[in-house]
Design a protein around this ligand. Structure first.
Ligand SMILES: [Zn+2]
Length: 138
């Protein structure tokens, strides 16, 4: 098995082109942060962009995001999660729906990789699904 799970991955900031550095989350969030590690732009805080890693790995959860995009991804995830939390689809089905809707591969179907534009599109599509499946008596 040649798969490399450890060691700094080459991660570049999409905003300023600088390298991102793997740091403890406390560097950004302060002490007591829940997340373990983040890839932070080496120009931080002048360039406010970072992304978390998957648990027990050094693999980034997506592309680095500035605060605007981070907020959009959080909103997009909330709309997306609402679909399976309301029981309109299962979680797996919701991912399949998103893949199909935006012609994404399974690998691409992660909000962590989404741009501002994709987040907006996803939010709009999720709101349509929620509207068309109004949960009764809620
Ligand atoms: Zn940067």
């Amino acid at each position: 098995m040649k798969q490399k799970k450890k060691g700094n991955q080459k991660v570049t900031c999409p905003y300023c082109g600088a390298h991102a550095v793997l740091r403890d989350a406390g560097f950004v969030y302060g002490e007591g942060a829940m997340v373990e590690k983040l890839y932070v732009c080496s120009n931080y805080p002048a360039c406010d962009s970072y992304v978390g890693v998957f648990r027990n790995s050094d693999i980034p959860k997506g592309t680095l995001a500035n605060s605007e995009l981070r907020n959009k991804r959080i909103r997009a995830h909330k709309s997306f999660d609402a679909i399976w939390k309301e029981g309109i689809m299962t979680r797996g089905q919701t991912y399949q729906w998103m893949q199909h809707k935006f012609s994404l591969t399974k690998k691409q179907a992660h909000i962590g990789y989404f741009s501002d534009y994709m987040c907006e599109e996803l939010i709009r599509s999720c709101e349509d699904v929620l509207k068309n499946n109004m949960v009764k008596g809620a």
